[in-house]
Design a binder for this molecule. Structure first.
Ligand code: HEM
Length: 64
C-alpha cells in the first residue's frame, strides 16, 4: 500500500497472481474478492476526500 501510494518503500515481492495462486487454485479465491477489497478501499479514500488521481493509480496497481 505504501508503494502504491507513492511512499518510499518499494515492493519487490511476487506479482499478485503468484502471491495468491495457491489460494486461487485451492480455496476459491477469485477476482470478486479482489474487487470487493478495491471497492472498500476506494470507498474509504473517497470518504476521507483523497484526490481521485491518487486512488486511480492505486487501484490500477492492485488489479495487476
Ligand atoms: C487488492 C487486494 C490484495 C492485495 C493488494 C494483496 C497483496 C498481497 C501481497 C503483497 C502478498 C505477499 C506476496 C509475497 O509473498 O510476496 C499477499 C499474500 C497473501 N494474500 Fe493478499 N492481497 C490482496 C487480496 C487478498 C485477498 C482477497 C485474500 C484472501 C481473502 C488474500 C490473502 C492472502 C494470503 C493468505 C497471502 C499469503 C499467501 C502465501 O504466503 O502463500 N489477499 N497479498
Amino acid at each position: 500500500m505504501t508503494y502504491a501510494f507513492g511512499g518510499p518503500e518499494e515492493y519487490h515481492g511476487k506479482d499478485m497472481w503468484k502471491a495468491h495462486e495457491k489460494l486461487a487454485r485451492g480455496q476459491g479465491l477469485n477476482d470478486n474478492h479482489f474487487n470487493i477489497i478495491v471497492k472498500h478501499l476506494v470507498g474509504a479514500l473517497q470518504k476521507f476526500n483523497v484526490p481521485e488521481v491518487i486512488f486511480q493509480k492505486q487501484s490500477q496497481m492492485c488489479s495487476r
